[in-house]
Design a protein around this ligand. Structure first.
Ligand code: SF4
Ligand code: SF4
Length: 224
C-alpha cells in the first residue's frame, strides 16, 4: 500500500472503531441471542431448526468478513478501494498470527419443515469470544442490521429512518465507505465527522430510551 493512501485505511478503521462500542453496548446481545431474534421474523416458524452441533453463527457465516462490496453505490464505487482491502488483509494477518486456529469452525442443524440436515461453516474470524477482528472488520459486518434489530431502533428513534438508515445500509455506512475510498481527504474528514454525529445522535436516543424504562438492554426490552 502506498504511503499516500494509508490515511484511507486509517479513516476506515476510525469509522469501525466508532461503531464497535455502539454494537457491543446496544446490539451485541441481539447477536448473542440470534435464534430468539430471528424467531421474531414472519418466516421463523417455517424456518425453525434444531441445532445439532456447534454454535449458531448468526450473520457470521463463512466468507462474510471478506465481502468488500459497497451495495447500492455507483459501479465505479461499488467496492472498497483496493488499497484499503490490501491494508486490511495485511493487518488482519498480523493480528491473527498469534491467535492461529482460534477462529472458524462448523455447525449443523435439522430443519423442521423438511427434516433436512444442514451443515455450515463459521466465518474464519468468528470465535467463542466474538469477532477477532476489532476495527479490521469488513463492510458487511458493520453495515447490516437484521429486521427485528432495525424495527427496535426505529421505535427508539420514533420512526426516524433518516437516522437509522435501511436494513442493508445501517446509518448509510456504504455511502461513507465509498467517500472514504474515493473522495479527497477533506471530504473524508467532513464525512467522518458527520458520521460520528449521526452515531452520537443514535446513541443518545438509545441511552435516553433505556433510562426512561430503567433498563440496561434494548434486546431484553423488546423480547419481553
Ligand atoms: S444482526 Fe440479527 S440476524 Fe445477524 S447475528 Fe445479529 S441478531 Fe442475528
Ligand atoms: S469478520 Fe467478524 S463480524 Fe464479520 S462475519 Fe466474521 S466474525 Fe462476524
Amino acid at each position: 500500500m502506498s504511503v499516500n493512501s494509508e490515511w484511507r485505511l486509517a479513516a476506515y478503521k476510525e469509522l469501525v472503531s466508532y461503531l464497535n462500542p455502539f454494537f457491543s453496548i446496544y446490539l451485541g446481545d441481539y447477536c448473542r441471542n440470534c435464534r430468539q431474534v430471528i424467531g421474531r421474523l414472519p418466516e421463523a416458524v417455517e424456518e425453525s431448526i434444531d441445532l445439532l452441533e456447534g454454535v449458531y453463527p448468526g450473520c457470521c457465516h463463512r466468507g462474510a468478513g471478506d465481502i468488500f462490496r459497497l451495495e447500492g453505490e455507483k459501479p465505479e464505487r461499488a467496492y472498497l478501494a483496493p488499497e484499503i482491502v490490501i491494508g486490511l488483509q495485511s493487518e488482519r494477518q498480523q493480528k491473527l498470527l498469534p491467535l492461529s486456529g482460534a477462529g472458524g469452525g462448523s455447525y449443523s442443524f435439522r430443519r423442521h419443515r423438511d427434516g433436512a440436515l444442514v451443515k455450515g461453516a463459521h466465518c474464519c474470524y468468528f470465535a467463542e469470544q466474538g469477532c477477532l477482528l476489532g476495527d479490521l472488520k469488513g463492510p458487511l459486518c458493520i453495515d447490516f442490521i437484521c429486521p427485528p434489530m432495525r424495527s427496535d431502533l426505529l421505535v427508539v428513534c420514533a420512526g426516524d429512518d433518516c437516522l437509522v438508515g435501511p436494513e442493508h445500509d445501517f446509518l448509510f455506512i456504504y455511502r461513507s465507505l465509498a467517500i472514504i475510498s474515493y473522495d479527497d481527504r477533506d471530504e473524508v474528514e467532513r464525512d467522518l465527522e458527520l458520521f460520528r454525529r449521526r452515531l452520537q445522535a443514535l446513541k443518545e436516543r438509545c441511552r435516553a430510551f433505556l433510562a426512561e424504562r430503567q433498563s440496561q438492554s434494548l434486546y431484553s426490552l423488546f423480547s419481553d
